[in-house]
Design a protein around this ligand. Sequence first.
Ligand SMILES: Nc1ncnc2c1ncn2[C@@H]1O[C@H](COP(=O)(O)OP(=O)(O)OP(=O)(O)O)[C@@H](O)[C@H]1O
Ligand SMILES: [Mg+2]
Length: 341
Amino acid sequence: MKDEDKEKILQILDRVNDPEIGISIVKLGMVGKIEETDGIVGIEIKLTVPGCPLIKTLESQVISVLANAGYKARIDFSYMSKEELERAKKFITSQRSSIPLTIARYTKRDTKKDISRIIAVYSAKGGVGKSTVVSLLALVAQGLGYKVGIMDCDISGPSIKSLFGIDDFASAHQDRSIEPYEKDGIKMIGLDLLSDARVVVWRGPLVSGAIKQMYDDTIWGKLDLLLLDLPPGTSDAPITVFQSIPTDGIVIVTTPQDLSFITGTKTLFMAEELKVPVLGVIENMSFFICPHCGKETPIGKGGRDYSVKVLARLPFINEFQLKIDEKIISELKPVIEKIMG
Ligand SMILES: Nc1ncnc2c1ncn2[C@@H]1O[C@H](COP(=O)(O)OP(=O)(O)OP(=O)(O)O)[C@@H](O)[C@H]1O
Ligand SMILES: [Mg+2]
């Protein structure tokens, strides 16, 4: 194998953190020989301790990042020599200041959450843009200087990970706590950000259990705003979110084409019962901006009369990409101010 290919593989593996230590396996010196035979890349991973309990997690993460880059890989585990272990320890100590508490987390669980606002984003119908709106709200809030987190509560079809273009995993600690994945300064967690092992454990009979566990087990740290991306309102899952997570308010997403009624759905009855206030509705794909003259044209029945306050109207964006522009900021900034105010 050519040196430049090895270098490329090392760059990919640099994104994988040791699940216990939380530092790149490349930087820790855990990656040994890299050889290719019959189209399969054999990678030697040197473990720091014998009988590492998270060996499967590590293996699936390594195979997955390489598969995403088009490599078929096989992992051969070995152990570090005394000298190598000493070097790794020295490196961990030198990194302590940039990864505070990493070691302490083994024993001290972050059970008390330090989150100022928890807002659930809901729609009665699927595909109207909940996940998109969650991501845009997060980016706008982050731009305003707030510390933001996103929890993807869609157990069967999570989408935040792909919206943010992540091909990596969050890291888990030995005590089951999870380090949220951080992208663009936003902390996020979802079922597809967790390693296979945990997903299997959580795919139990109760979705509610998985949602609660994901919230409880994540080390959110101090957050100003946690946005919950709910699955569409036809299942019981949105209700379980309100029952298991202390939600401060609900933002509804709809489109002018969405004929489902906002009021009268089971979820909203439950929200009323549990005294979770509905802040209002964001109408997504509401109008189209002419690329030539900048004129805004309503799509469908624009200006619909909703029984709740309209917080914002977002344009239909041709070839949608997750990024914020002046229009989106001017619509969503007041929403964030209302949430945080
Ligand atoms: N303002 C917009 N302009 C253009 N396309 C959009 C816009 N908002 C969302 N989309 C597109 O619509 C599709 C559905 O969006 P999204 O996944 O956010 O909806 P959702 O309500 O979260 O869906 P689900 O109910 O499946 O969770 C995506 O392909 C997304 O890129
Ligand atoms: Mg979604």
